[in-house]
Design a protein. Structure first.
Ligand SMILES: Nc1ncnc2c1ncn2[C@@H]1O[C@H](COP(=O)(O)OP(=O)(O)OP(=O)(O)O)[C@@H](O)[C@H]1O
Ligand SMILES: [Mg+2]
Length: 331
C-alpha cells in the first residue's frame, strides 16, 4: 500500500506550516520526516491522518484520493507521542479494542491479541492495567493496538520520545523488525537523527515547511544536497570552512579530518584547543592559524595535550563543496 502526498499546503494565520510538499511512501517503505522543532512534521502527518485539512493538495492511499475522508475511513493506524491507553482496561483489553469496535467475534479477538502480544514481548503482561507498566511497556501496548488492525499504513509521531535512551534504542530495533515483518508503509516523524538514520529506507529532511532533501540515509549523509542537510545530520556536526576567494564553503566531516602529532604528507599545522574522550573514540577540537576551529574524530588512544601542536589533513575524496550564497551543494 502506498501513501502519496501531492503538493500539500497548510497555513495557520501567517505561518506556512507546510509549503508545497510532495512525497511518496512506496508499499512496504519506511519514510522518516526529520527536521527541527516547528518545521511542520506533525502538521504534515496530521494531514495524512485526516486530523487536519490541507489548504490545497491531495493525499492518496493506494491510489485513492482520501483528502476529503474522515480519519476512520482512511485505514491508517496512528501511534502518537502521547499514546493514550484506556486506564480502566487491561493490556489485553487495550490491544483488542480496535477489533471489539469492529464487532469481531471474541474468540478471534483473543487469538489475535495473543499473537500480537507475543510479537511485542507483552504475553506475560496481558492482565495488567496500564498504570502497572513501565513507559516502554506502555509504548509497546500502543504499538500492539495499532498493529492488530492490520492497517494499510502506519503514521507515527515521535512514538519513542517518552522512553529513556536505552529503551529507545531497544524499541527502535523492535520497530525495525516489526516493519520488516508486517511490510506496511510507514510515515514516521522524529527530530532525532539517530532514529531517522537507523529506521528509514528514505528520509525527508524538512525545514520551514519544506522538504530540502528526500533520499536514503546513505545519500543524505554522504551526498547532502545543501548546507542545512549537511550540518543537521552527523554528530559531531560537519566542519564548514568559508573559501572567500570563490564564494564557496568547504564541508568536511569530523571522521574525515586526519590528525598527526608530527608533520605528515599534505598536513597543515594547527594546535589542540580541547579534546573530549568518549571512551571508544576521541573528539579533538583544533585551532587553525587563521583562528577557525575544526573537529576531528579519532581513535580513543589519541590523547593530545591542550595547546599541543598537531598537523591535520582531509581524507582524499571526502570533502563537500557548497555555494555559500545559495547553500546548494556543487557537484
Ligand atoms: N493548531 C495550530 N495553530 C497555529 N499554529 C500551529 C498549529 N499547529 C502548528 N502550528 C505551527 O505550525 C508550525 C509547524 O508545527 P508542527 O507542529 O507541524 O511542527 P513540528 O515539526 O512537528 O515540531 P516539533 O518537532 O516541535 O513537534 C509551527 O510554526 C507551529 O507553531
Ligand atoms: Mg511535532
Amino acid at each position: 500500500m502506498s501513501v502519496v502526498l501531492e503538493d500539500i499546503v497548510k497555513r495557520f494565520g501567517n505561518t506556512v506550516a507546510v509549503d508545497h510538499i510532495s512525497l511518496a511512501v512506496e508499499p512496504g517503505e519506511f519514510v522518516v520526516l526529520l527536521g527541527p522543532s516547528g518545521c511542520g512534521k506533525s502538521t504534515l502527518l496530521r494531514i495524512v491522518a485526516g486530523l487536519e485539512a490541507p489548504e490545497s493538495g491531495a493525499v492518496r492511499v493506494d491510489g485513492r484520493d482520501v483528502t476529503a475522508l474522515e480519519p476512520r475511513d482512511r485505514d491508517l493506524a496512528m501511534v502518537f507521542q502521547n499514546y493514550a491507553l484506556y486506564p480502566h482496561m487491561s493490556v489485553a483489553g487495550n490491544i483488542g479494542y480496535p477489533l471489539r469496535v469492529r464487532k469481531r467475534p471474541q474468540a478471534e479477538i483473543d487469538a489475535e491479541v495473543l499473537k500480537v502480544a507475543a510479537k511485542l514481548g507483552l504475553a506475560e503482561l496481558l492482565n495488567r492495567r496500564p498504570k502497572e507498566l513501565s513507559g516502554g511497556q506502555r509504548q509497546r501496548v500502543a504499538l500492539a493496538r495499532a498493529i492488530i488492525r492490520r492497517p494499510k499504513a502506519f503514521l507515527m509521531d515521535e512514538p519513542l520520545s517518552n522512553l529513556d535512551a536505552r529503551l529507545r534504542v531497544e524499541t527502535r530495533f523492535e520497530l525495525k523488525h516489526l516493519q520488516h515483518e508486517l511490510g506496511a508503509a510507514t510515515l514516521y516523524v522524529t527530530h532525532d537523527q539517530a532514529e531517522a538514520m537507523t529506521l528509514a529506507h528514505r528520509i525527508a529532511v524538512m525545514r520551514d515547511g519544506r522538504v530540502l532533501q528526500f533520499d536514503t540515509p546513505f545519500n543524505i549523509y554522504n551526498r547532502p544536497a545543501n548546507l542545512f542537510v549537511a550540518g543537521f545530520l552527523g554528530s559531531p556536526s560537519m566542519n564548514f570552512i568559508g573559501l572567500p576567494g570563490n564564494g564557496t564553503t568547504l564541508g568536511v566531516r569530523p571522521e574525515d579530518v586526519e590528525i598527526s602529532p608530527v608533520p605528515f604528507e599534505k598536513g597543515q599545522p594547527a594546535t589542540v584547543y580541547a579534546a573530549e574522550e568518549m571512551g571508544n573514540e576521541t573528539f579533538i577540537r583544533i585551532s587553525l592559524p587563521a583562528g577557525e576551529r575544526l573537529t576531528a574524530r579519532v581513535a580513543a588512544d589519541v590523547r593530545p595535550d591542550f595547546d599541543a601542536p598537531v598537523w591535520y589533513r582531509f581524507r582524499a575524496g571526502r570533502t563537500h563543496l557548497f555555494d555559500t550564497k545559495t547553500t546548494e551543494a556543487i557537484q
